[in-house]
Design a protein around this ligand. Structure first.
Ligand code: GLU
Length: 321
């Protein structure tokens, strides 16, 4: 069976070093395995997404030397490759979940949810586990609440430990009470990331999902959806998050680390690739490399805690073009 991977950026900003690391690793994983690689634009959150970022992301990936077998500007057998055009698929899965008893309406307000507190650890993509307040409402209680508020719709997570073997992070186990029932459709009608990404990865035949460790706790939730929808789950791999010498996350907010600003500084793609291959440990010394040179050298790296330190001297090297 041909392995299939993907990069699935959200066009809510410019690509930065963290996204480039994820895109490059996902691409290298497939090229090393002789697999196929898809690009999918995750613009389901319409207010946060902008068309100009879609174009910029595509241009940035091309500048880096990445190619894709399917996706925007290329087409393929799983079109469209833009989530905002795939809503009928999410609707269909949503209806199936409803018919099989996996959903319930949730009338909790923002302040009800705030009272649950915050997520238990730093790497959380969904916030605190929802304790199921609305799960056991009687039909009468639901009716009374429905008069006041449009509900969000939650997915009922199985009440057991969810285990999986992560391709990079190793064996994982998540307790039911750290996950909770999560939203698949918001009160404003928008389908959630969790539902859309699961439906799309399954529909596109993705066998290998590789993404940032900030989404590690999304994986047990997505596995819940795969199971409920009777779909085969891919192998998940989560790559470490990048931090600087002081332990601060290299983030979107650091404008100097966007691809756009590196390009504006005249830094060639081979130098950027050498920089990330060096902190990933794929090459020993910082030196410019091409993507194809990295194909045989690529391997998983996952330090304790899912944090990878990018030291200041390496950062300095990047700017010494
Ligand atoms: N669209 C998500 C993001 O940009 C990534 C989703 C995924 O790879 O599963 O954060």
């Amino acid at each position: 069976m041909t392995r299939r991977g993907r990069f699935a950026p959200t066009p809510s900003g410019l690509l930065h070093i963290g996204n480039v690391f994820a895109a490059t690793a996902a691409w290298l994983q497939m090229r090393q395995a002789g697999g196929e690689f898809a690009l999918r634009i995750e613009d389901i959150d319409k207010p946060r997404s902008r068309p100009e970022y879609v174009e910029r992301i595509i241009e940035d990936l091309i500048w880096l030397g990445l190619d894709w077998d399917e996706g925007p500007r290329r087409g393929g057998s799983h079109e469209p490759y833009v989530q905002s055009l795939r809503e009928p698929l999410y609707e269909e899965a949503f209806e199936r979940l409803g018919e099989t008893g996996f959903l319930y309406p949730c009338y909790c307000s923002r302040s009800d949810l705030a009272s649950i507190g915050s997520a238990p650890h730093g790497l959380a993509s969904e916030g605190a586990a929802y304790p199921g307040f609305c799960r056991t409402l009687s039909p009468e209680e639901r009716e009374a609440r429905a008069k006041r508020k449009e509900p969000a719709i939650r997915f009922i997570m199985p009440e057991r430990v969810i285990e999986f073997l992560d391709g990079w992070a190793g064996p994982q186990a998540f307790d039911a009470d750290t996950l909770g029932d999560f939203v698949v459709k918001r009160a404003d009608g928008m389908f959630s990331y969790q539902l859309a990404v699961t439906v799309d990865d399954a529909a596109m035949g993705i066998t290998d999902v590789l993404r940032g460790a900030d989404l590690l706790d999304s994986t047990p939730r997505q596995l819940g959806l795969y199971e409920a929808l009777n779909l085969e789950a891919p192998v998940f791999s989560h790559i470490p998050l990048l931090v600087d010498d002081t332990g601060m996350r290299l983030s979107k907010r650091d404008k100097s680390l966007t691809l756009a600003s590196l390009q504006a500084e005249g830094i060639p793609p081979e130098r950027l690739l050498g920089f990330l291959a060096c902190f990933a440990g794929w090459i020993e010394r910082a030196e410019p490399v091409t993507l194809s040179e990295l194909i045989p050298l690529f391997r998983p790296v996952y330090p304790e805690g899912g944090i990878l330190r990018v030291d200041a001297s390496l950062r300095k090297w990047l700017w010494e073009k």
